[in-house]
Ligand binder design. Sequence first.
Ligand SMILES: C[S@@+](CC[C@H](N)C(=O)[O-])C[C@H]1O[C@@H](n2cnc3c(N)ncnc32)[C@H](O)[C@@H]1O
Length: 302
Amino acid sequence: MSTTDPHDDNNAAPAAAPAGFDARRFKAMERAGFNRIAARYAEGAHLRADLAAALLDAAALAPGQRVLDLASGPGLLARDAALRVSPGGTVLATDIAEGMLAEGARRCGEHADTPCFAAADAEHLCLADASVDRVLAGLALFIFPHPERALAEMKRVLVPGGQVALSVWGARATVPLIHRAQDTIARLLPAPKVARPSVFRYGEPEVLAQTLGAAGFVDVDIRPCEFSCHFESADAYWWAFLDLAGGAAEALGRLPQATQDALQAAVVDELAQHCCDDGRGGYLLPARTLVATARRPTSPKP
Ligand SMILES: C[S@@+](CC[C@H](N)C(=O)[O-])C[C@H]1O[C@@H](n2cnc3c(N)ncnc32)[C@H](O)[C@@H]1O
């Protein structure tokens, strides 16, 4: 998936792509999956509102800035960013899944401070060098098959001194919100023939810092952002997982209905230790994320 190879292991190191991994097929699967869940992704975004706010605050947006929201999904960060850079600023929301962008455009309507939406692969941006002041990338770096290419593109389009602000999932054990569903899938389904890169691969701050540094960014700052999501039932958790993870939703959506039903029924077994005891009932699933900022150097290295 994106947010989720069901058999995702706990690799926090950004290892090279697994043997046999086909980046084009992977991207096509992600695109199909996020197009499939576009409206539901937007509906569920309130669950991650604290993370969105933390990322936008970290980006230190100001009126007049030009912002690129990369892998924007339905443009929720972009919409808030547009308010923060008004008056005089601009926001471009890009994503590989055009259905996500269409959902975002539909929700934004036609206000003066509305972002522009344009389909683009984060690894190949059709933007001029040094054309934006800020790049946002929420929950996206780990989805790209070649994250180093996406980071190079982010640096290329930023003005010297411009800043990227991004978020990633923490290490696997700190993200029950994702890994409990993955555990269920791994328990019931055979491992895929070709593994996918882990969505937790940037979950350790040192790994993320090293990756941003290797891409040529400076002034790297990384802070944890922790939040919990409440679900009334195991079914609600299962659907929220699928509404967040395009690739998984696509892969599982192609299985026989009986298998899908069995997975949904089985997830309750993974949730026992997450029973909500504050009187609401249901389940409380925590997630640790990292919010990073980094700058394009003002002058090239001597
Ligand atoms: C988990 S969503 C994050 C959306 C949004 N940034 C947020 O913070 O809610 C990941 C997004 O990355 C997009 N995506 C996946 N691969 C991409 C690629 N190669 N280039 C651009 N977008 C991509 C997906 O379509 C999806 O909208």
